[in-house]
Design a protein around this ligand. Structure first.
Ligand SMILES: *[C@@H]1O[C@H](CO)[C@@H](O)[C@H](O)[C@H]1NC(C)=O
Ligand SMILES: *[C@@H]1O[C@H](CO)[C@@H](O)[C@H](O)[C@H]1NC(C)=O
Ligand SMILES: *[C@@H]1O[C@H](CO)[C@@H](O)[C@H](O)[C@H]1NC(C)=O
Ligand SMILES: *[C@@H]1O[C@H](CO)[C@@H](O)[C@H](O)[C@H]1NC(C)=O
Ligand SMILES: *[C@@H]1O[C@H](CO)[C@@H](O)[C@H](O)[C@H]1NC(C)=O
Ligand SMILES: *[C@@H]1O[C@H](CO)[C@@H](O)[C@H](O)[C@H]1NC(C)=O
Ligand SMILES: *[C@@H]1O[C@H](CO)[C@@H](O)[C@H](O)[C@H]1NC(C)=O
Ligand SMILES: *[C@@H]1O[C@H](CO)[C@@H](O)[C@H](O)[C@H]1NC(C)=O
Ligand SMILES: *[C@@H]1O[C@H](CO)[C@@H](O)[C@H](O)[C@H]1NC(C)=O
Ligand SMILES: *[C@@H]1O[C@H](CO)[C@@H](O)[C@H](O)[C@H]1NC(C)=O
Ligand SMILES: *[C@@H]1O[C@H](CO)[C@@H](O)[C@H](O)[C@H]1NC(C)=O
Ligand SMILES: *[C@H]1O[C@@H](CO)[C@H](O)[C@@H](O)[C@@H]1NC(C)=O
Length: 507
């Protein structure tokens, strides 16, 4: 019953729809359009179309072509994704008047998008990602009433974002990243009331940040990374955009404080603010964003202490806050967020020692960066139990005590920077008994173990330049002995660079 009435409704729609009757097209038209496309293809390395798109069979059986229709079969989807095709687009594609999906992603289509595509009134999804289209983003895209997904990332589009684009009221995904777009982002972008995801990263966009975007209640992700946008985050940004999951605005010219009202974006998982001019302290309310997985706030003008409320971020995987002016100690709660994979507090003014008396619960930790702070005391034994640690940077601090022999358990360690500290190294002596750890023993590198030799360029770069930049002639070659011993004893064999720099290993 229901099906029949639906069918009748569809029939009526077809008969009365002015675009359907006026275009006077049929499946033969579709065939000519596709054959015109085939003729434009200059390279089809896998012969996807050459052998398959022949008039011997109906276009509806051609590879990448889908048909549908009530009265008559028409081409509704063209999906040539990832076929290795090189071609320009013929204007004839504009005759595929029933097309709702056009997926040309991951090929080498180039030239401009022909204006005849403006006739594709039923087009819902247009995916041209990873091609080499050039020229401007056509403004006629704004006249495609059904368009939901417009994906033009990784092409060679130039010029500005056409204002008319924001006339497409059904647009959900708008992606223009990795092109060479210039000019400003019109505030009219706030008119896209169904927008879910906006991705304009890696262009050369200037002007004010399009704050009107936060009026959109459907919004989940905004990525404007690496442009030149200015402005400060508005206090009411989460009043409407409460569904926001990702805010990616690193590498711009944003300033001002993080609004404390940010906690209202309760679904926020990715907050990337690095490389801007944000200032002030981190609001304690950030601890209410318990869904947060990745927090990047480095290379800004932030100051003050890291608020204790952040201990509530039990889903945090990446906490990256390098190159700021954070002071105080590293709060112990950080070491109890067991989801953490990466912690970066390098180049700040953090002091005090790492707590020795707590239970370290970081089973997933892969990277710990604490370089260039004023951290002192012993390196806590608990951290040697982070068995997935790949990168450990402790240089230029005031750590004392020894490098524990438990370092031998870190079999995934690839990079270790421990120079310019005040280690005493007794345990390391036990571990490597043949090495003398006198402060002023100098040694010449006579032979390099094969495992090290293979990594020589990397190793040389880290070892050499790190030390030389601080105290060129006070090189401690017993450190080098330690390095060789790693190879000789088969300890962390994966180690490919070890920067010990200028430091004092007292025996
Ligand atoms: C398709 O339309 C053309 C005119 O545009 C007509 O000549 C042709 O017969 C039609 N083909 C079919 C299968 O209806
Ligand atoms: C063209 O490709 C489709 C899908 O792979 C296949 O079903 C069809 O048989 C092929 N036709 C010819 C003539 O090779
Ligand atoms: C388009 O084709 C690709 C590769 O053949 C396939 O992975 C993808 O699922 C197709 N997409 C649609 C929407 O048909
Ligand atoms: C286009 O095809 C690719 C597969 O190669 C797929 O990942 C993508 O989602 C498709 N685009 C659309 C809009 O369906
Ligand atoms: C893209 O097109 C330009 C000309 O518009 C050409 O110079 C360039 O080599 C092409 N790039 C690729 C990857 O095909
Ligand atoms: C804007 O969209 C409306 C509704 O989809 C449409 O009727 C109108 O033609 C569009 N305006 C322009 C200038 O394309
Ligand atoms: C973009 O186009 C310019 C000029 O048409 C060309 O020189 C450049 O190689 C293209 N870029 C890419 C990534 O193809
Ligand atoms: C946005 O919508 C407002 C009100 O509906 C309208 O006046 C304005 O012209 C629209 N802007 C754009 C760029 O479509
Ligand atoms: C924010 O978290 C604190 C605990 O740190 C809690 O007391 C407060 O009720 C939370 N606020 C909101 C609005 O959820
Ligand atoms: C490696 O870890 C095991 C188990 O935690 C421990 O018994 C052993 O002493 C450690 N070895 C070294 C060299 O730290
Ligand atoms: C290193 O430690 C020694 C004794 O523990 C102390 O005398 C010296 O001042 C320390 N050096 C630095 C740079 O902190
Ligand atoms: C539709 O495409 C144009 C080019 O844009 C051609 O000139 C027309 O011949 C074609 N029409 C049909 C019915 O194939």
């Amino acid at each position: 019953m229901e099906k029949t009435s639906l069918l009748i409704a569809a029939l009526l729609l077809l008969l009365t729809n002015p675009t359907a009757s006026s275009s006077m097209t049929n499946l033969t038209t579709d065939q000519s359009a596709l054959l015109a496309l085939k003729q434009h293809i200059t390279s089809d390395p896998n012969n996807f179309l050459a052998d398959n798109w022949t008039t011997a069979t109906s276009v509806c059986n051609w590879i990448g072509v889908s048909c549908a229709g009530v009265l008559q079969q028409r081409v509704t989807a063209l999906n040539l994704s990832d076929m290795g095709l090189t071609a320009t687009l013929p204007p004839h594609l504009g005759n595929l008047s029933f097309l709702s999906l056009l997926n040309l992603s991951f090929n080498n289509f180039h030239g401009q998008i022909p204006k005849e595509l403006a006739h594709l009134h039923r087009l819902k999804r247009m995916d041209f990602v990873y091609n080499n289209f050039s020229g401007g983003v056509p403004s006629w895209l704004g006249s495609l009433p059904e368009l939901q997904h417009l994906l033009l990332d990784y092409n060679n589009f130039t010029g500005t974002i056409p204002l008319l684009l924001f006339n497409v009221s059904k647009l959900e995904l708008l992606r223009l990243s990795y092109n060479s777009l210039q000019g400003s982002i019109p505030q009219g972008i706030g008119n896209l009331s169904k927008l879910v995801s906006l991705d304009l990263r890696y262009n050369q966009l200037t002007g004010s940040f399009p704050f009107a975007i936060f009026n959109t209640s459907t919004l989940q992700s905004v990525d404007l990374t690496s442009n030149s946008l200015y402005g400060s985050l508005p206090d009411d940004m989460c009043d409407h955009a409460s569904k926001l999951e990702g805010l990616y605005v690193s590498v711009n010219r944003l300033y001002g404080k993080i609004p404390s009202s940010l906690y209202k974006c309760r679904n926020l998982q990715y907050l990337l603010l690095s490389f801007n001019d944000f200032n002030g302290s981190i609001p304690r309310e950030i601890g209410n964003l318990t869904m947060l997985k990745e927090l990047y706030i480095g290379s800004n003008e932030f100051e003050g202490v890291i608020p204790a409320e952040m201990g509530n971020l039990v889903n945090l995987e990446i906490f990256s806050a390098p190159s700021g002016s954070f002071t105080g100690s590293i709060p112990s709660f950080i070491f109890n967020i067991s989801s953490l994979r990466k912690i970066d507090f390098g180049n700040n003014s953090l002091s005090g020692s790492l707590p020795a008396d707590i239970h370290y619960d970081l089973p997933l930790l892969e990277e710990l960066h604490l370089t260039s702070n004023q951290l002192s005391g012993h390196f806590p034994p608990g951290l040697w139990e982070c068995r997935w640690l790949r990168k450990l940077e402790l240089s230029v601090n005031k750590f004392t005590g020894s490098i524990s022999k438990n370092i031998g358990n870190l079999t995934f360690l690839r990079e270790l920077y421990i120079g310019v500290n005040n280690w005493t190294g007794t345990e390391a002596t036990k571990l490597f008994p043949s090495i003398s750890l006198d402060t002023d023993t100098s040694a010449t590198l006579v032979s390099v173990p094969p495992w090290l030799e293979a990594n020589e360029p990397l190793w040389y770069r880290y070892l050499c330049c790190f030390g030389i930049s601080t105290e060129a002639f006070n090189y401690n070659f017993s450190a080098l002995g330690l390095l060789l011993a790693f190879g000789a004893f088969g300890y962390p064999l994966g180690l490919s660079s070890l920067a010990l720099g200028t430091q004092w290993l007292h025996s």
